[in-house]
Design a protein around this ligand. Sequence first.
Ligand SMILES: Cc1cc2nc3c(=O)[nH]c(=O)nc-3n(C[C@H](O)[C@H](O)[C@H](O)COP(=O)(O)O)c2cc1C
Length: 179
Amino acid sequence: MLRVGIIVGSTRPGQKATTIAKWVHEILKSRQDAEFEVVNIEDFKLPLLDEPVSPTMHQYSKAHTKTWSAKVASFDAFIFVTPEYNHGTSAALKDGIDFLYTEWNNKAAGFVGYGGAGGVRAVENLRLVMERSRSLTFERRSPCRSSQTSRTSRFLSLTRSMTRPCMQWQHFTEVRAPR
Ligand SMILES: Cc1cc2nc3c(=O)[nH]c(=O)nc-3n(C[C@H](O)[C@H](O)[C@H](O)COP(=O)(O)O)c2cc1C
């Protein structure tokens, strides 16, 4: 079964990200062709990146990195729920991404952005970050390359169903942000 992690992109006290991630989960969980898990970065207590060796080497020295690595590695694809902070994604989410590398590789990534202006710039920013992490971001929708696995193309069919909720969310935040 395809496993999709819904990553909560804010660690701010009183953050909206968890509510939105649960909302996304609610929409998707009835699907029979994938299973979904909401993952809260806050639970992993990641400091600012404190690994001496580049994550591309996969030589982790800290317990928090190993725990985070195991969780991310358990997924085939991701939906990042990202706030927009100063026209980008959150520092907490970027930090969580920077801690790892191979765990993101050759997996698909979809995005739900939100914020005062709909989170569009945060998603655009994050999409480039994930492309560097060798994830296939669904807005590109290019044919799968041979290096990409079949799980990527299966996720693309899921993300098509996500497009409408993403769009709805961008309007939704401006009208009534959930508490
Ligand atoms: C430091 C900071 C910077 C922000 N910058 C932007 C911004 O550039 N564009 C925007 O639309 N909203 C911006 N906002 C509003 C947030 O996107 C909004 O408060 C959102 O709910 C934050 O997500 P969170 O509640 O999950 O942390 C900013 C908020 C904060 C705290």
